[in-house]
Design a protein around this ligand. Structure first.
Ligand code: SF4
Ligand code: SF4
Ligand code: SF4
Length: 209
């Protein structure tokens, strides 16, 4: 199997909570590490035995128990915010990998239950300890490889995480361009930069004649 196809097939066996328990920053990074033989197949507590069996069969490996150094398998929970205590600091929004929390600065926040993977990454940054994990009401229509994670939910979590990472990349790039421009302004002065840009535009125009 080609490396990219292998990574994709491995990623399909990860429940996409993006919880980091496997010691990788997101499910896809763990999939890459398994494909490159840098990580074992039993490091995903949310995926548990289902994931291990799936990966063992996919990769022609022998199944083994979950390595509990990375955590224990437990039923999926979802986050709930006590809105009467929330101070609107947005720390949880920054931590949430799937954009499952809505709110704005100094406004109470709330969790969109459908988008919450139960990763628990919002718990620790909350300065007023107003986020609790509660049992997920069992969805009766889940009859897939896992009891707790439906195909739709894993797909959505994968897509939302990618979208968030892309947004963050763009923000970082914009930040670094703004920083470079600031440094350039300091070094050359704004007038010289304008002259340099005008000269560059002129060069491009002449080239296309
Ligand atoms: S669900 Fe958590 S532990 Fe499993 S692969 Fe994804 S990030 Fe890693
Ligand atoms: S709301 Fe909290 S528990 Fe739910 S996905 Fe976001 S960070 Fe994870
Ligand atoms: S981190 Fe806690 S206090 Fe801050 S916005 Fe989120 S829920 Fe509210």
């Amino acid at each position: 199997m080609q490396r990219e196809a292998k990574i994709k097939a491995i990623d399909e066996w990860l429940p996409q909570t993006q919880c980091t328990q496997c010691s990788y920053p997101r499910c896809h990074d763990y999939a890459v590490a398994i494909a490159d033989n840098e990580a074992d197949i039993n490091q995903c507590p949310p995926g548990g035995d289902v994931t291990i069996r799936g990966l063992a069969s996919l990769l022609g490996k022998i199944g083994k128990p979950l390595n509990t150094v990375f955590g224990i398998h437990k039923p999926k929970q979802v986050a709930v915010i006590d809105e009467s205590v929330c101070i609107g600091c947005v720390m949880c929004i920054k931590a949430c990998p799937t954009d499952a929390i809505v709110g704005a600065a100094k406004v109470m926040h709330t969790v969109i239950e459908r988008d919450c993977t139960g990763c628990e990454l919002c718990i620790e940054p909350c300065p007023v300890d107003c986020i609790d994990m509660v049992d997920q009401p069992q969805a009766s229509d889940i009859s897939w490889r896992w009891d707790d994670y439906s195909p739709e939910a894993t797909q959505r979590a994968r897509a939302q995480t990618s979208a968030k990472l892309e947004r963050e990349d763009k923000r970082q790039q914009a930040k670094s361009s703004a920083k470079k421009l600031k440094e350039l302004r300091k070094e050359k002065g704004s007038e010289q930069i304008k002259l340099d840009i005008a000269a560059a535009i002129e060069r491009v125009k002449n080239r296309s004649k």
